[in-house]
Write a protein that binds this ligand. Structure first.
Ligand SMILES: Nc1ncnc2c1ncn2[C@@H]1O[C@H](COP(=O)(O)OP(=O)(O)O)[C@@H](O)[C@H]1O
Ligand SMILES: [Mg+2]
Length: 298
């Protein structure tokens, strides 16, 4: 593996309006956007002061891989900085492999989540009520157990704090039954195909969150990042056991380290030591290489 370049915590393209999400810098070109995945990393809902070199490249290139694999209508126009216009082409080195030129869509205000395993907020709800987002499940399932069938568990997109799980009926009430049914089917179909593929490469995709948007002509398309470790729960298949919470493929070192620091999770988090950064970077790259079957070119 080549020596990493320093982490990119913030992109800077002069003269283009920008909005910064937790991980992406979003440049608005009117009917198109340039999405730049930085190397920022979040844990326990906080963006950490330390970045993971190349993480943004891994996320962007994995998204590109999956879009090509899935072949569903989506927002990607080009990965080439030269196609993004002069101010971007002038910063091609900073952007290459981590920026996507996309069609700007009106974002459907629902997180479309598919779950194949019982984990996270799904496991919490199941323990209390035997359901996940109102979907009744068989009795006696254990933590991390594979569900008889993947389920669709929508959530609202909250600008502050946690997304809130809602029932399918509530989703239909908010965006219309026809759109809700279309998105449920698309989400489950995408999850099934991706999870089957990843399983053959040693990665369990326990769940994933997709976002969809509408183009001015009404077409529904897949937007945002797709099936990355940030938008999904990846487990190493060889460490999977029913009854425990398997380690996160990518963030295990970060979470484990933060738990040792005494950080209260209610104030700005501490920086990460060099060793944790190096190990975490290697996991992101491993996920990319396992899934794509290609060497990651840093
Ligand atoms: N094609 C698109 N059109 C409009 N908005 C998009 C598109 N693709 C992604 N987005 C939005 O861009 C943002 C991506 O930035 P990110 O750092 O992931 O934000 P967040 O912290 O909200 O996850 C998200 O708010 C997502 O909804
Ligand atoms: Mg996001």
């Amino acid at each position: 593996m080549r020596e990493p370049q320093p982490a990119v915590l913030k992109s800077l393209i002069p003269g283009v309006p920008v909005r910064r999400g937790k991980v992406r810098d979003i440049y608005d070109l009117g009917d198109r956007l340039v999405l730049v995945a930085t190397d920022r990393i979040s844990a326990f809902d906080w963006v950490l002061p330390t970045g993971i070199p190349d993480k943004g490249r891994v996320l962007t290139q994995l998204t590109q891989f999956w879009l090509n694999f899935l072949k569903v209508p989506n927002h990607l126009i080009s990965m080439d900085p030269e196609a993004m216009g002069v101010p971007f082409a002038d910063h091609a080195d900073q952007l290459r492999g981590r920026a996507m030129l996309v069609r700007k869509a009106e974002v459907v205000p629902i997180e479309c989540v598919a779950r194949g395993y019982l984990a996270g907020s799904g496991w919490k709800e199941y323990r209390q009520s035997g359901t996940v987002c109102g979907v009744a499940l068989p009795k006696g399932l254990r933590e991390s157990e594979q569900l008889p069938e993947p389920i669709f568990t929508p959530a609202t997109k909250e600008t502050t704090g946690h997304d809130v799980n809602i029932s399918f009926e509530e989703m239909a009430r908010r965006i219309g039954t026809e759109t809700a049914e279309k998105l449920r089917q698309l989400t489950l179909d995408i999850y099934r195909r991706a999870a089957d593929y990843a399983r053959q490469r040693g990665i369990i995709i326990a769940d994933t969150k997709l976002e969809f948007g509408r183009l001015p002509d009404g077409q529904l398309i897949l937007i945002d990042e797709v099936l990355t470790p940030d938008s999904s729960r990846f487990w190493p298949a060889d460490q999977y056991r029913i009854g425990i919470s398997p380690p996160s493929f990518d963030k295990q070192f970060v979470r484990d380290y933060l738990e040792t620091t005494g950080w209260d999770k209610n104030s700005p988090p501490p920086p990460l030591p060099e060793e944790i950064v190096r190990k975490t970077r290697a996991k992101y790259i491993e996920a990319y290489e396992r899934l794509t079957g290609k060497r990651f070119e840093a």
